[in-house]
Design a protein around this ligand. Structure first.
Ligand SMILES: Cc1cc2nc3c(=O)[nH]c(=O)nc-3n(C[C@H](O)[C@H](O)[C@H](O)COP(=O)(O)OP(=O)(O)OC[C@H]3O[C@@H](n4cnc5c(N)ncnc54)[C@H](O)[C@@H]3O)c2cc1C
Length: 394
């Protein structure tokens, strides 16, 4: 059968994978892990498993990606092979989730030749090949990455993308410390990762504070420049910190949209919730552009667009410039306008889960409203109904 890896097509004989549920799986080197399987059994095994095969029933089947990600997050280092209905558009995402290879049918290999599969992952690799040695050697605690794109939206906001270290893994919604190369004492600041976990690059959405120690310099970066990124991402705006629910609300102001830009591009978000509502409030209409572009990108993406379908709802509003919806998000919640505009009931601890990212004042106000609706605050160690993260300190 044709096997696709990062290096292209190869062929392999059929493998005799033993279902994880079967008694003989305890000794088998090649194990089949389906959506119903108890992954803990595999992780608890003493003898090594060299290959885990995960079946995909159809191209909308998202469970396999979650299984691969779970295995990698829990430290499984052997090979993971996807088998079944995966198409070339999904290959990049499969690799990012931890798959090493995909077994496809002869018919699919004929329909989608090698260049279809590698086309999507090649640019980042060839770009990385061109990277020159940076002028200042980075300390061992950081990754030195290269800027691949910069987009300015207003005189206060811009986004940028950098190359992604192969070993860097994160959960959608987490943040990481970044800085600029400095032989002395580099300034690091927390930045939410705006790109999804499957992306070959890392994206950030940034403020420009005119006299800010980092952002005043960061605002002048260009393609090819170096960014230093600390190795350990963290954060509370993650799906794991919420109890299961029906609707996921993400309330953001300004650059607080960044973690949600990652979450709305992650298929797992749509696997867990029936409705995903992201609100974005800024002073001016132009400041909403990054959010609009992200949402349009979700809808156009062949893979994520399928998952998002009509589950994703975008609710932008402005506070200083005339637009379709005006007002602070707290006012829109308190007056009930938000719920009537969207045709959904008000927040309830039975059905609704909430993530909040904005200024300290906005966090305090929305948190108080959530509590008034009976929702309890959660964390990574104690999942509950809502989670918060500062978009900045001050
Ligand atoms: C968990 C976390 C995640 C963050 N994620 C992002 C992000 O994705 N994008 C981003 O631009 N910033 C983010 N920040 C803020 C970021 O860490 C820096 O504060 C920001 O880059 C400005 O750095 P600075 O050194 O130029 O100025 P600082 O000295 O850090 O800040 C100076 C002042 O500028 C204001 N300010 C700082 N950041 C912002 C902001 N984002 N929006 C509006 N006003 C601000 C505050 O009043 C602050 O006191 C995050 C902060 C935290 C704690």
């Amino acid at each position: 059968m044709p096997i696709v890896t990062r290096n292209g097509f190869s062929t392999a004989g059929p493998i005799d994978a033993v279902s994880l549920e079967a008694p003989e799986a305890a000794e088998a080197e090649t194990v089949l892990v389906s959506s119903e399987a108890d992954v803990e059994r595999l992780l608890a095994r003493n003898s090594p498993v060299s290959l885990v095969q995960i079946p995909f029933r159809n191209s909308h089947d998202g469970v396999g990606y979650s299984l691969a990600r779970l295995l990698r997050n829990r430290g499984y280092t052997g090979r993971i092979r996807a088998r079944g209905d995966i198409i070339s558009d999904q290959f990049r995402y499969a690799l990012a989730c931890g798959f090493d290879e995909v077994e496809i049918s002869e018919a699919l290999a004929a329909r989608q030749p090698e260049e279809h599969w590698l086309g999507d992952i090649a640019p980042a690799r060839s770009y990385r090949d061109k990277i020159q040695k940076p002028a200042i050697e980075a300390p061992a605690s950081v990754f030195a990455e290269t800027v691949t794109r910069v987009t300015h939206y207003t005189d206060r906001l811009f986004s940028f993308r950098i190359t992604r270290p192969a070993s860097f893994r994160f959960r959608a919604g987490e943040f990481v410390m970044i800085g600029l190369p400095d032989a002395g004492r580099p300034v690091y600041r927390a930045y939410s990762i705006a790109s999804p976990a499957w992306d070959e690059e890392i994206e950030f959405f940034s403020i420009k504070v005119p006299d800010g120690a980092l952002s005043s310099k960061l605002a002048h970066i260009r393609v090819g420049d170096s960014i230093w990124m600390k190795k350990k991402p963290t954060g509370t705006l993650v799906l794991d910190a919420l109890r299961p629910g029906k609707r996921l609300w993400m309330f953001s102001t300004g650059t607080g949209f960044a973690p949600f830009a990652s979450l709305i591009r992650d298929p797992e978000t749509y696997e867990k919730f029936d409705k995903v509502i992201v609100t974005h409030t800024c002073r001016q209409v132009a400041e909403l552009k990054y959010g609009f572009d992200c949402v349009a990108g979700v809808r156009e993406d062949p893979l994520i667009g399928e998952f998002a379908g009509d589950k994703l709802v975008h609710y932008p509003s402005t506070t200083r410039e005339e637009s379709r919806t005006m007002g602070r998000i707290t006012t829109l919640i308190e007056t009930g306008q938000l719920f009537s505009d969207l045709g959904v009931p008000a927040l309830s601890s039975v059905t609704d889960r909430v993530m909040i990212c904005g200024s300290s004042e906005m966090l305090a106000d929305v948190k108080a409203l959530c509590e008034r609706f009976g929702l309890a605050e959660g964390s990574n160690s104690k999942p509950a109904d809502f989670v918060i993260e500062k978009a900045f300190v001050g």
